[in-house]
Design a protein around this ligand. Structure first.
Ligand code: NAD
Length: 276
């Protein structure tokens, strides 16, 4: 699998294409999906304590017999684990479940109260070499500003809902200005039909002999955004990885930029809840 890397501010190389494992819940389905993803060549996996599949992911990574260092593994601190002590404990539990002695990336899942204390624990874990890249998810500008007021080490990445209907232009510019990587969750708009069958995207896809999903993922790449599309379907996993052999024109990038409707799935940056 071809990939590209982007560098975090500390020089750590983050594969720009990863694989999200949220909502692959059934044990057998998970096993098949992850082993297939590894076979296709995915090495960057995005999980979280709340997904309940850290253990299963760790097992598949071990079963692959591919050295740990070749993987890039992300997990996240859940809302109920905020605070200095609780975060240290949550990290140990996550590392134990994944059966690893370090995480490539560890993120605060939501800007729940107390994220300043949580960050202190993450900074220490980072300085101990137990986390290679520390960051946040679902943070808005106000949360980032507040965090940076107190942080010794600024966040290196922010994982936020991003897709053509919700491109996060202002936050995207802010992140760039502050040398914080932008990672997209829901990069395909969570598979919603209106987006995946949008006539404008279809036109662009036909022109490149690609699918709409591939065009959307390519749009992210060209914005410098890290993507972690999720699929339990091997054909789609493969499709989602074939995005390095074409380029969108400036005109096409602009047209995709015009699909911004402000339609988002996440409601509350400090909590949780995504539209069903
Ligand atoms: P996504 O945009 O990746 O969409 C996934 C859905 O799109 C799939 O279920 C499938 O129905 C469809 N799909 C996938 N590939 C396709 C293709 N080639 N053609 C047509 N349809 C296709 O949405 P997501 O799963 O919500 O986000 C990806 C990952 O982001 C998650 O698995 C998770 O790891 C992470 N995430 C993080 C947060 C957060 O709060 N930090 C929230 C949601 C998701």
């Amino acid at each position: 699998l071809e990939t590209r890397v982007v560098e975090a501010i500390n020089g750590v190389r983050v594969p720009q294409l990863g694989f999200g494992v949220y909502k692959i819940t059934k044990e057998e389905e998970f096993k098949t999906a992850i082993s297939e993803a590894i076979r296709i060549g995915y090495r960057h996996f995005d999980t979280a304590r709340i997904y309940g599949n850290e253990k299963a992911l760790g097992r598949e990574i071990q079963n692959s017999r591919i050295p740990r260092e070749q993987f890039f593994i992300t997990s996240k601190v859940w809302n109920t684990d905020h605070g200095y002590k609780a975060t240290k404990k949550a990290f140990e539990q996550t590392a134990h479940k994944l059966n690893v002695d370090y995480l490539d990336m560890y993120l605060i899942h939501f800007a729940s109260p107390n994220y300043i204390e949580t960050w202190k624990a993450m900074e220490e874990l980072y300085l101990e070499g137990k986390i290679k890249v520390i960051g946040v998810a679902n943070f808005e500008i106000q949360h980032l500003e507040e965090l940076m007021k107190h942080a010794k080490i600024p966040p290196m990445i922010n994982q936020i809902e991003t897709h053509p209907e919700f491109p996060q232009n202002d936050l995207h510019d802010y992140l760039q200005e502050h040398q914080i990587l932008h990672e997209a969750w829901g990069p395909l708009g969570q598979g919603n039909k209106a987006l995946l069958q949008h006539p404008e995207l279809k036109k662009i896809a036909e022109h490149h002999h690609k699918t709409v999903a591939q065009v959307i993922l390519r749009w992210h790449l060209e914005r410098g955004v890290i993507i972690i599309p999720k699929s339990a379907n091997p054909k789609r996993m493969n499709e989602n990885s074939q995005i390095f052999d074409f380029e969108l024109t400036g005109d096409e990038m602009e047209k995709i930029g015009q699909l911004n409707t402000g339609k988002r799935y996440s409601i509350n940056p400090t909590g949780y809840i995504i539209n069903p």
